[in-house]
Design a protein around this ligand. Sequence first.
Ligand SMILES: Cc1ncc(COP(=O)(O)O)c(C=O)c1O
Length: 485
Amino acid sequence: MPDPSQYKTPLFDAMVSLAESRKISFHTPGHKSGKGIATRFVKYVGPNIFSIDLTTLDEVDSLQKPTGVIKEAQGLAAKAYGADRSFFLLNGTTVGNHAMIMTVCNPGDGILAARNCHKSVIAGAILAGARANFVYPAMDASLMMSMNVTFDSVRQAVESAAPEIKVLVVTSPNYYGICADIERIIPFAHERGMTVLVDEAHGPHLGFHPELPKSALSCGADMVVQSTHKIIGGMTQASMMHARSGRVDIMTLAGVLKVLQTTSPSYILMASLDLARMQMATEGEKLLSKALELARWARDGINGIQGLRCLEKKDVLLRSMGDLDETKLAINVSDLGMTGYQVSQALNTEHDIQVEMADPFHVLVIVSIGDRKEDVSRLVDALKEIAKGRSAAARFDWEQAKPPVGTPQGLPPREAFFAAHELVNLGKSAGRLSSEIVTVYPPGIPMLVPGEVITEDVVNYLSRVSAMGGTVDGLAEDGRIGVVR
Ligand SMILES: Cc1ncc(COP(=O)(O)O)c(C=O)c1O
C-alpha cells in the first residue's frame, strides 16, 4: 500500500487553484495567462498551459526560498526517494552536477571521478576550481563497449590517490543502463572518509520496482542527482537532487543551488516533478512492471534476429558490474556490417523510429512507462527488416573505434579552461593541452578535459567517430575543419 500522503500534489494543486481563481495579473510572465501569446502557439497547445505558466507568488511559493507548497512538494519527494532533503532542478541534471561538486569542494580540492562522467561533472570541477583525477570504466572488446567502473578499479584508484582527495563521483547507471557495483563502492569509499556523489541521471525510477537495480540512495550515497525528465514523467529540463546530511552540509547545498538556479523557475516544469513523484510513489511498481515486460519482450525478439545482440543482465554481471537496468536496450549492430549511426539513420528515415542514441557499434533504445506494445513491436519488425540480407563482412572492429583511456593531465581543469589559448586544427593538436571539454555527443562523456594532453589516440578516435557519423561536440567548427581550443 502506498503512503497515503504520496497521492498529494501540493504544488500542482496550488497552481490550478490560482489559475482558476482568475486574479488580474500585473506581474510576469508578460503573456498574462496566454492572452499575449502568438495565436499559432495557443492554437497548437491549447490555452490551459499558459494559465499555469506562473511566477513566484505567495499562493505557489518560491523555489529560491521555499516555505509553502514547493517546500511541501520537495518534502514529499525526499520521503518517496529516502533522502533528508530533495530539491527541484530547472536546468536538468547538469545544474545538479555543478551544485554537488561546488557543495563539497573548495578551490584546490581534488575529486576522484569515474571517467564515464557527463561533461557537467567536469564543468562542476571548473566552477568549483577542483582538481580532477579519474578512474576509467572497464572496456570490453567482445561487447564492444565501455562498461562502468568496477569495484576493484575504484578501490585501486582510492588507495593510490592522494589522501586529501575526499570526494568520489560515480555515474550509475550509465547511458546503457549499466550500474557500477555501488553496493560495495559506496561503503568502501565511506570507510576511507570520502563523500560519494552519484550522477543517477538515468535512474529516477530505480527504487520503485524490486526487479530494477538498487537506487544510489538505498546504497548510502550522500548526494544523488536524477534526470526525472529522461526516464519518468518530468518534462524536459526537470530534474531532482537528493541529499543526506552527515557528510554533506545541506545548508551549503541549498545556498549553492540558490546561486546556480534561475530566479524565474518554470512552474510547469516544477509541477511535472510534483506529479512524476506522485506517480512513481503511488503506482510506480505497476507502471514499471509493464515497461520491464515490454523491454524483456523486445530484448528476446531482438536477440532472435541474426546479426543483432542486445545487452543482457548476465553480460554485465559476468563483468563485475553491479546490475543492468533492463528497460534500456543496448543493441550491438556490428554483425550487420553497419555502424550504430547507420542503423539509427535507417530506423529514422525508413521506419519513422527515433532511438535515444547511437555509437559506432550500438543503437540505444529507452523503453519507459510511456511505451505501448505496438510501438515496441514496430521497432522489432523494423530491425528485422534492416538486418535482412546483411552480413558482417564489412564489420568495424573494436580496435578501430574504442575510446581512448588514460589521457595524461597537464593542468587542473579550471586553470586550463581560463588559460590563454589558440585554435589548432585537431589533426595538428597532438601534444598540446586542451582548454575545452570535447565530447562525442550523445552521450556527452568527455574525451578531453581541460588541462589534458591531446594524444594521438584521442585525435584518431575523434576523427574516426566523426567520420563514422558521430557528433563531436566542443570542437570549434569553422564549417570545414575541426579545431580545438
Ligand atoms: C550521465 C548523465 N549525467 C548528466 C546528464 C545531463 O543531464 P540533463 O540533460 O538532465 O542536464 C546526462 C545527459 O545526457 C547524462 O547522460
